[in-house]
Design a binder for this molecule. Structure first.
Ligand SMILES: [Zn+2]
Length: 413
């Protein structure tokens, strides 16, 4: 259990590093712990916070007062009920506190939403990118317009912006290395957005699958997992990997690009330039081709295949089952390499799991080395919005690390 540090005995017991910390740093750390609990779990009573963190009620009371003064949480007294004695105050996200903007850039759409502390989605909008994959400039324009519109419509302070992209991302430089389906290479997306939104608004950028697993880890269906893989399958395919509770990004943020693992060197040509990548067998375009449909892989066209498969269309169902078998084969390698507890299938692959779980599981059994415990195949709690909400999580990171950082917002109390 994470325990609260105090400037007294607990800090001394924590060793030299903690006892040498200034009281100010300890207070920040403790405030961050409480805000993190409220952010991940929503409203909690003071009694619950006291029990979770193992400190006195009066210490919790003082820290909650600090967070209230920062405009981040609000306390209320529950009404009604037949409880005996003094009811415990409920500590929840402040209803008019700051929020972040999460943005999910996909090949065909830019989806954005305001997200509050605690994960409440304020306003979700999706706009199509005209005429196929957008250039970095057109996408940056769309994102900047969405952020500005959200700030205006809520009249509240925007803490920061997190952007998800279907490509490799170097977090430090906020650069998209390669996004084959957008035809982007070495795009300084963070800089393009800062040019449009101004230097005072923090902008962070991440890979879609990495952010999806972050959302599920924080508040979704991977909360109880230290070893989990989120496989995102849309037009592109990629994996967000968490090993021993730590996200795996690799040297250049390129870990998890399983969509470009070659399954058949003589297979169809991939947007990355190679042949027979996993993406060419399980991506949205592959599904449409297998279903015999000469259509562009829009969300609507892909959804129609799943709808038809559910309605008993043999060709559509056959296409889904073929995708499921290729997916099972790919998951076998993933399971052998990482031994995850759970694999979450997101994007279109959620629907593949719903329609063809037996085919995936049989392929896994056929191709994976004995994994000890069978890997759990699951759906994302946040459905198609995992990457969007993960982008919001990325934008919250600074506040959750140091609640005092909210004071840098213009006109914040
Ligand atoms: Zn490829």
């Amino acid at each position: 259990m994470t325990r609260l540090e105090t400037s007294g005995g607990a800090a001394a017991a924590g060793g030299a590093a903690v006892s040498a910390a200034r009281p100010d740093a300890i207070r920040r750390h403790n405030l961050a712990l409480i805000l993190g609990h409220v952010h991940r779990d929503g409203a909690l009573t003071r009694a619950e916070l006291t029990a979770r963190l193992g400190v006195s009620r009066s210490t919790i009371g003082a820290l909650v007062a600090d967070l209230t003064a920062l405009g981040l949480v609000q306390e209320s007294v529950p009404s009604g009920g037949a409880r005996v004695g003094r009811p415990s105050h409920v500590v929840g996200p402040h209803p008019s506190g700051p929020f972040v903007v999460g943005v999910d850039v996909d090949v065909t759409h830019v989806t954005s939403a305001g997200v509050e502390i605690g994960g409440v989605v304020l306003d979700r909008r999706s706009v199509p990118i005209d005429e196929g994959p957008g250039t970095p400039e057109t996408v940056a324009d769309l994102v900047a317009r969405a952020v500005t519109a959200l700030g205006r419509s809520t009249g509240r302070a925007v803490l920061g912006v997190g952007v998800s992209v279907p490509g490799t991302v170097d977090h430090r430089s906020r650069t998209v290395g390669v996004a084959p389906n957008l035809a982007w290479r070495e795009v300084h997306l963070g800089d393009l957005l800062t040019e449009r939104l101004g230097p005072d608004l923090p902008v962070t950028v991440g890979n879609d699958a990495d952010l999806a697993v972050l959302a599920e880890l924080s508040r979704g269906n991977a909360r109880d997992c230290d070893d989990v893989v989120y496989v995102m399958g849309r037009i592109g395919v990629g994996a967000g990997i968490v090993v021993n509770g730590v996200p795996l990004h690799g040297r250049d943020g390129r870990a998890g690009e399983i969509g470009h693992n070659v399954m058949d060197g003589n297979g169809p040509t991939c947007h990355c330039g190679k042949r027979g990548c996993l993406e060419t067998f399980v991506g949205d375009a592959a599904l449409l081709t297998l279903a015999g449909r000469d259509e562009v892989p829009t969300v609507e066209n892909v959804d129609r295949v799943f709808l038809d498969a559910r309605a008993g269309d043999e060709r559509a169902l056959g296409a889904v089952r073929t995708v499921a078998e290729w997916l099972g084969l790919a998951l076998g390698s993933l399971v052998n390499t990482l031994n995850p507890q759970r694999v979450i299938l997101g994007g279109s692959l959620s629907q593949v799991l719903g329609l063809a779980r037996p085919e995936i599981e049989q392929a896994l059994e056929r191709y994976a080395f004995d994994p000890g415990h069978p890997v759990e195949l699951g759906l994302p709690r946040f459905g198609v919005d995992s990457a969007l909400l993960g982008a919001a999580e990325l934008a919250f990171a600074e506040l959750l690390d140091d609640p005092f950082s909210v004071q840098s917002l213009p006109a914040w109390p």
